[in-house]
Design a protein around this ligand. Sequence first.
Ligand code: DGL
Length: 266
Amino acid sequence: MAPVIGVFDSGFGGLTVLRELRKSLPGADYLYFGDTAHLPYGAKSVRTVAKYATASAHFLEQSGIEILVIACNTATALAFDDIRNAVKVPVVGVIEPGAERAATISKTKKAAVLATEATVASHAYQLALQRLGLQATEKACPLFVPLVEEGWVEHPVTEEVAHIYIDEIFSEHAAAREADVLVLGCTHYPLLRPLLRRVVPARVEIVDSAESTAAKVVEMLGKNSAQGKEGGIRCYTTDSVEKFRVLGGRFLGSPITHTELIDIEK
Ligand code: DGL
């Protein structure tokens, strides 16, 4: 039997993680939960994020998942322990796998991290990287999420904004000047990867937490557990189904066929 993998995010962005999971485990069945009614999490408090994230995790658990992937960096940073304590299935977040990949790559043992305001304020990436012997400089990039959702992934305005953020992190912080790895610590940023590659200094390798997380899930489930015939994807959203289909398709890189509206506050 193919495994049923639950993927949770504050909205559409976690579909970048699902996209990576599908490449490695195409035969798995996926239940994706996007809490779009409460998006963005990146500017919310621990209490609020934990409340919504645990309710969503319960919903997925009751729907029969065997493993839960917290694709949202902010939810992982602020509420990982709350979510893990709230469900019985194994839970994988995006921060540890991203930090582990950065630690494997970095020679200078200095990393830069781009994330939402809440993720940066929690210092979850900094702490995870520190545990692996790396010094990290974090930078909140609040304008990236709305720009990506607008579809401006190759727009001059986004490129200008990226230049400002990247210049700030690499020139104003002494430790970041030596960084040889940049972690994309937000679900939306993988879509900006080609643009960021042009803006980020050439010596710096870009690490995508979505890819590292998919690799972690493969390690846990075993590569052979979900090969062969393509499994299904069912999506649940807490706000407009139509908007989820349109925006979600961009993040997933393929059309979204099955989406259901869910009220987690009931
Ligand atoms: N999913 C969030 C993250 O990865 C970004 C969008 C939000 O702020 O909710 O941090």
